[in-house]
Write a protein that binds this ligand. Structure first.
Ligand SMILES: Nc1ncnc2c1ncn2[C@@H]1O[C@H](COP(=O)(O)OP(=O)(O)OP(=O)(O)O)[C@@H](O)[C@H]1O
Length: 214
């Protein structure tokens, strides 16, 4: 049985601010995200991708704080990254690796070695229609296939905080449906967050929507 709502941990964002040089893109961003799926919605250039990078500790906020359980983003950046998987809006990282090698590399980096994760990755890859490409270098694959590889790996790492930038871009309908199903499954356990920047409604239920302004 899931814990009562008042006992659930929250992802707390407290007045996060970030500027590229002199351009302030995130200005005192505060939000409380309950476990589950959240959608960052807003016009082009409003800072959706930048916010995901802040939450992934890829960029350092100049002010503010984020808290995930006992972790603080600015104090515990290294530990925070280990609890986080981030899939960017383009193709896959490390294009000289194959999808299988990418997952092996990430699994080693995150310290995930058990068989269950391999099985999970394999099942996710199959559901996404990735199977025939598993041993080909990512750079030789289409953008959609690269994204499937990055998504399968990130989902199988099974970290509490999953950050997805335009996850449905370049996915065929079957893969998009498989991704939705996998994300729904991920949230059957209460203590996981998925934050998505997406032009398209992620069509997950329940879904917390964060409307951002230009
Ligand atoms: N590395 C960077 N250096 C300087 N400025 C940047 C950098 N990345 C993004 N920006 C600027 O920050 C602003 C927000 O960009 P960001 O990509 O976060 O927005 P977005 O809402 O994700 O946009 P889109 O929907 O077009 O992907 C834009 O004006 C963009 O030009």
């Amino acid at each position: 049985m899931p814990p009562p709502e008042q006992d659930l941990p929250m992802l707390q964002l407290e007045q996060l601010s970030f500027a590229y040089d002199t351009q302030r893109v995130v200005d005192n961003w505060s939000a409380t995200l309950a476990p589950g799926a959240s959608w960052l919605q807003g016009p082009n250039g409003c800072g959706k991708s930048t916010r995901l990078k802040l939450l992934g500790a890829v960029l350092q906020p100049q002010c503010g704080q984020a808290r995930l359980g006992t972790l603080e983003l600015r104090r515990d950046a290294q530990a925070w990254r280990r609890q986080t998987a981030w899939v960017g809006a383009e193709g896959a990282p490390l294009p000289h690796l194959s999808p299988r090698q990418l997952f092996a590399f990430l699994a080693g980096l995150y310290g995930v070695h058990d068989e269950a994760h391999w099985r999970d990755w394999s099942a996710t890859s199959t559901a996404l229609g990735l199977t025939r490409w598993l041993d080909q270098a990512l750079h030789s694959l289409s953008t959609g296939t690269q994204r499937k590889a990055a998504l399968a790996a990130a989902l199988s790492l099974d970290v509490p905080l999953l950050l997805l930038d335009e996850p449905f871009n370049a996915l065929d309908e079957q893969a998009a449906a498989a991704l939705r199903q996998r994300l729904q499954q991920r949230h059957q356990d209460a203590a996981r967050w998925t934050v998505m920047a997406s032009h398209e409604d992620p069509a997950l239920s329940p879904l917390q929507t964060l409307q951002l302004q230009a």
